[in-house]
Design a protein around this ligand. Structure first.
Ligand code: HEC
Length: 123
């Protein structure tokens, strides 16, 4: 019995490393692509919104918008539920709030609208 216990103790750093790797894996993955619309092509605004999301938002809100330890969940209707008026969400993104950085200096109003449309219509 003693040997098993010692082995577990000896393997602790490895077990910890594996747990961390699994946890990090949860935050990765790819943001869903924009589907083809009624015209047979993806909406270019949503495609632009996806690229802003991948570059600027996914690190904290996760690739699929399900949230991470650094940012809350935004997907599956959460955004429009919290912000029935999209202008209010745009204001949070432009001005930041608490640990949410301000993007007003980095993104145009059009890019902010596009990323919010991507979040609410695709994620
Ligand atoms: C550095 C991490 C970080 C990044 C990058 C980030 N956010 Fe956030 N975001 C947060 C945090 C933290 C909050 C919660 C703020 C609070 O508690 O007031 C938040 C809140 C929000 C909210 C409000 C959610 C709610 O339920 O009220 C929206 C909308 C939002 N973020 C959108 C975005 C968008 C769009 C981007 C990319 C342009 C982005 N965020 C990038 C950390 C981040």
């Amino acid at each position: 019995m003693m040997a098993v216990r010692e082995a577990v103790i000896a393997l602790r750093p490895l077990i910890l490393a594996l747990c961390l790797a699994v946890a990090a894996g949860c935050g990765s993955g790819t943001s869903p692509e924009v589907g083809v619309g009624s015209e047979g092509t993806p909406d270019p605004v949503l495609v632009a919104g996806r690229s802003v999301y991948v570059d600027r938002c996914a690190s904290c809100h996760d690739a699929d918008g399900s949230g991470t330890g650094s940012g809350p969940r935004l997907n599956q209707g959460r955004l429009s539920q919290a912000y029935p008026d999209p202008d209010d969400a745009a204001e949070v993104v432009a001005n930041g709030r608490d640990r949410m950085p301000a993007f007003g200096g980095l993104l145009s109003a059009g890019e902010i609208d596009a990323v919010l449309r991507y979040i609410s219509e695709v994620l």
